[in-house]
Design a protein around this ligand. Sequence first.
Ligand SMILES: Nc1ncnc2c1ncn2[C@@H]1O[C@H](COP(=O)(O)OP(=O)(O)OP(=O)(O)O)[C@@H](O)[C@H]1O
Ligand SMILES: [Mg+2]
Length: 499
Amino acid sequence: MAALLRMEGITKSFPGVQALKSVDFELEAGEVHALVGENGAGKSTLMKILAGVYQANGGTIHLKDSVVVPSGPRSMIEAGVGVIYQELNLIPHLTLAENVFLGREPLLPTGRINWRKMAQEFEALIELFDVPLKPFTRVSSIGPAYQQVVEIVKALSLNAEILVMDEPTAALTGHEVNRLFEVIKKLRDKGVSIIYISHRLEEIWRVANRVTVLRDGQKISTLPLKDVTIRSIIKDMVGRDLEDQYPKEKIDTQGEALRVEGLFKQDICKEISFNVEKGEILGISGLVGAGRTEIAQLIFGYRKKDAGRIFLHGKEIRIEGTWDAVRHGFALIPEERKEQGLVLGQSVFDNVALPVLNSFSRLGVINYPKLNAVIRKIIESIGVRTPSVRQIVRNLSGGNQQKVVLSKWFIRKAHIYIFDEPTRGIDVGAKVEIYKLMQELARKGAAIIMISSELPEIMNISDRIIVIHRGRITGEFHHGQASEEEIMHAAFGVTQDAS
Ligand SMILES: Nc1ncnc2c1ncn2[C@@H]1O[C@H](COP(=O)(O)OP(=O)(O)OP(=O)(O)O)[C@@H](O)[C@H]1O
Ligand SMILES: [Mg+2]
């Protein structure tokens, strides 16, 4: 079959980084082609070159047998290339429909915007995902998962011939992922070709025909999915065999650390009661919008609860604001990292160092050598891929930015860690390191709450799992006790049989 798209010998460098080294990439008509590789391997850069966002230093792009030279993003949209970018790009103070049709608003004969048509077109697209989003809701009032759905809808509305999806499922849970895959299949049947980037390797078998692996800016392989295994893909990505994707050590728990009783907040949650022991990892599962993040924020004092009691080491404590939580030794690693966790214009070093400066200074003098050593160690063990600790965070790849946020929390001491989607967008090798670091904290007596949308991670790493459905606990399982199906049932609100 003739290729619809052929990228040949694509080269790209940034100051201090050779991001792509003569990469070849091919896409056939009606194909779903997965593109994988470690954080910083060059996936997004290759796609931004295709989209006309970056200019390559060398190489050619052939679309349907003619050479195209992108002159900016608009030229490539016109050539039929639509991209769902890894970073969310919606404008917060505009409505969902305004964002989707920005610059392409349907007009009335008078030249004014046809709001009714805009709403109808939005609704027709959003229907595909079965989510409760209204056209004239503001972006700022919806969470990252729903924003991701809106980004997808926006790209679909372009009616592109080639659709690039750069980690579209990073913020989604099983149900929305299933919806997305149905949409992908429909598009493919209509002849749309799709390039699909994901760090959730298990899912690429469900959608893609072929997979291309990049490592360190080089193409390692392109193969039909029927000829590869998860192991062989990981090997191509990492350059070596990965012993165990989900290392789990047995840690003895040491008594109750945290107990939450009757947490209640109007419209968010009801009767949330659970506890976590020192040394335990408690997984929290549920669908997008179930209220998991909000529950974490209520405990942490980031939102005000209507009722509920919190006990730390058996004693009731009052948490009226985040300051109280921090004082009592809570750490909340937020889901929306870019807004809540990073200063993009600052260096890696400054981002990690800022929150711990106090604990590294005596009488106002900072012990830089010690701070430096600690930061280098954590950055190395999580595997932040950066030319130096002085690099500006904005210039790191998406996954490496996440790793910077995590680093800064791992070097902070706390009794209770609440990780909200700790491995979102992070590559397989680094995930393993993060699981190990979490378990190291647990071994030292910390209690860990891990909110995650990735079922394999929840099932393999948690000692216990609670499932939230519409702000209530609908299931509780011990490690190894539940199947994926049972957890999904609870997530949909089907309560388990009393046994
Ligand atoms: N604007 C930029 N300035 C400097 N370096 C950059 C810039 N954009 C990307 N890079 C570098 O290019 C390399 C490839 O980055 P890219 O974003 O393509 O990785 P990726 O494969 O998409 O990773 P991830 O899985 O983390 O999203 C990285 O080393 C990154 O730091
Ligand atoms: Mg990327």
